[in-house]
Design a protein around this ligand. Sequence first.
Ligand code: G
Ligand code: G
Ligand code: MN
Length: 413
Amino acid sequence: MSRSKVLVLDDDLLTGVTMQRIIASGGYEARTATDAVRFFLFNEEWKPDVIVLDLVMPDMDGMQILAELASRSCDSAIIITSGVGKNLLDSAKHSALEQGLNVIGILAKPFNAATLKNMLDAALLLQTPQAAVAGTVVHDGRGSHAALTPQDLETAFAHNELFNVYQPKVDCHSLALTGVEVLVRWRHPELGLVGPDFFIAMAEKAGLIEQLTLELLERALRWFAGLRGENSLLRELQLDPAHLGISVNIPAHMIGNESIFERFSAMCDEWGVPHHQLIFELNESGAMKNAVSAHSLLTRLRMKGFRLAIDDFGTGFSSMLQLVRLPLSEIKVDKSFVLTAMNSDESRAVIRSSIVLAHSLGLQVTAEGVEDEATLEFLRSLGCDLIQGSQVALPLSEADMSAWLRLRHPLNK
Ligand code: G
Ligand code: G
Ligand code: MN
């Protein structure tokens, strides 16, 4: 694997070059840009694994640079530096996270060489095969999966390179397991682990998403049947498999394909899983694109007994009135609000009103992206129903899921 690449943006050439030396001495490849134009040029062509960005520069606005990176769906790890003080750095970090950027740290100037090196080591450690097992997306040395094609994906189907990971959903109060969200991963022979962000959109465009989803559900049902077989484990944990939900993400346009839901039905029957244990997660913007036809299609789905959740809730509030008319069973509050709940009044307000709305409509609420105890306590105080997030478990492989059940299930603690 080639050395990891680190791109520094600092308007002060001397600072930039000093950082470049520190980074190079840590065994990384480093480049420096002193203006936005060169920075974006390097970013596009060189595709750095890590970006070190000075927040406050006299001629540039670091926040605008972050916004531009977000609009380009930048997935590099980002370290924000500045001499302006930690408060401002913290709020820049949260704003960047809300925009979907992968900010891994903030560095208040002046800092010493070791601090920067440690931060880089930690960032790049996350990209080792060990992390891959836990379902973390790994980037290859070349830094990009842009070269993946629909043919690669077809090869992946043929060679069984796609697999499932499962993220536990637990009761917000008792922490008892209530179900799992099934998420897809791709173990590419050369690129290593590739995350769904790199291929779901392509699968949709290439007409391969139906096959992907059918195969994912088949693997999930087979896994679930095996879990039910581990009767003693579930009994010990006082878990009734009949009460565990299996949540599957579906892109909006798929709900128009009735034949695929016939296939889902048949698969559930074959594996002996009642339809109401299957929850389809539809993202908010997708559901709203064509709310009128979605309404009748989703009603038909519900009539087959399947449950329906709105994913990423809160990211498209404008269409709330239409949204609440959809035949839903669950609302999943988007993780961008949950991740920032402890630092943002706005996020807390969105979470609070989502929970009130859901409950007044008789729906369950799941908060996604719960990463700490304080957020969990806040959600409990609001009467949130279910949570997902690293505070409980990140998405797990089948083997890790059994291990988690045995060792980490809260009832076992
Ligand atoms: O698991 P991860 O956080 O990397 O997922 C990134 C995005 O990809 C999420 O928005 C998630 O909903 C989506 N995703 C993961 N697995 C699937 C899948 O099997 N089908 C679809 N349509 N989307 C998925
Ligand atoms: O878009 P969707 O809600 O389907 O995305 C679910 C994804 O969110 C999961 O695949 C997982 O990778 C990610 N995720 C789950 N828990 C956490 C968490 O605690 N923190 C963060 N940052 N991401 C999480
Ligand atoms: Mn989801």
